[in-house]
Design a protein around this ligand. Structure first.
Ligand code: CUA
Length: 332
């Protein structure tokens, strides 16, 4: 009890230096809470071992140090069954204390990974070099880079990859789970969105997947259940009409629509751009403004090396128009 509260305080201190929306030490929801408890147990055991070893070390150094005028050979000791038994049994006990809750939680989390009924919220996550695709099968919609979820909800996640192995990680909500290529290698996990609403948690790719691995970020926006329903309705009703003039839409339809969906139209090899004007990042990483969007369209490789977006041959006027068009796409 004392140890746990001490380390809870230590964690509180560490929280001060971290980003509260990107920290496993500031858990939100049931899964992250329980994983945090496991961390506290292992840190407690480590500190306990450290303290005991250091105290013994200091004790031996002081007690058996060379004393003035004493040149005799110390008593030679070979083996001590009692001590050997102790330093074998104690580590075994410590490992059992660590293993039992860890294995129990592992089974607990994997048992619930697949949804038990069709009423539960389930999401299909697909990792791409270097962006995230989120499909809501029941709601029949696909988003990219941003996962919008209702608070206090258990979310079941099916994970796969379109290319190489990535790892889906929302530090505030749950531990990492790999996304593997191929239908036979799907992973499943679940997490609880926690009770806070109107909060954005940061997500990361946690498996080295290529040149822009470090730029493969996403967001998880947790809203009230009512706002979630409204968001789903708004997203499904969104079309390809933009508040900008029609020139940009023509450029988009000619050059971009085969890969990027807007509303009900378009391909899905690239991220969906539905409601792009409401997003808060360009390509998942840059500040959401027109300059950055133009920079991205002009040379995607410079922003995210190794990504699969081709450099489209557009004039400056066309890039300007298509940027206006995209920034004018809003959800209903
Ligand atoms: Cu995807 Cu690292």
């Amino acid at each position: 009890g004392r140890f746990l509260s001490l380390f809870a305080m230590l964690a509180l201190l560490l929280m001060g230096c971290g980003d509260p929306t990107l920290s496993a030490l500031i858990p939100q929801g049931e899964v992250a809470d329980k994983q945090f408890q496991l961390m506290l147990i292992s840190i407690s055991i480590m500190i306990l071992v450290l303290v005991v070893v250091f105290v013994l070390y200091a004790f031996v150094l002081l007690k058996f140090r060379k004393k003035k005028g004493d040149n005799s050979t110390p008593k030679q000791v070979e083996g001590n069954h009692m001590l050997e038994l102790l330093w074998t049994v104690i580590p075994i006990l410590l490992l059992i204390i660590l293993a039992v809750p860890t294995v129990m939680r592992t089974f607990e989390f994997s048992a619930d990974a697949k949804p038990a009924s069709k009423n539960e919220l389930s999401i299909k996550v697909t990792g791409h070099q270097y962006w995230w695709e989120f499909e809501y099968p029941k709601e029949e919609l696909i988003t990219s880079q941003e996962l919008v979820l209702p608070a206090d909800t258990k979310v079941h996640v099916e994970l796969s990859s379109a290319d190489v192995i990535h790892s889906f990680w929302i530090p505030s909500l749950a531990g990492k789970t790999d996304t593997n290529p191929g239908d036979k290698n799907k992973n499943y996990m679940w997490f609880d969105t926690g009770s806070k609403t109107d909060v954005v948690y940061k997500g990361k790719c946690a498996e080295l997947c290529g040149a822009s691995h470090a730029l493969m970020d996403f967001k998880v926006r947790v809203v009230s259940k009512e706002d979630y329903k409204n968001w789903v309705a708004g997203y499904k009703a969104a079309d390809d009409k933009s508040s900008a003039n029609a020139d940009g839409q023509q450029v988009f339809e000619k050059n971009c629509l085969s890969c990027h969906a807007v509303g009900q139209n378009g391909g899905n090899t690239g991220p969906s751009l539905t409601g792009f004007g409401d997003k808060d990042r360009v390509a998942g990483i840059l500040e959401h403004d027109k300059e950055n969007l133009k920079k991205w369209i002009k040379d995607p490789q410079e922003v995210k090396p190794g990504n699969n977006m081709p450099k489209v041959n557009l004039s400056d006027e066309e890039i300007d128009a298509v940027s206006d068009y995209l920034l004018g796409l809003k959800l209903k």
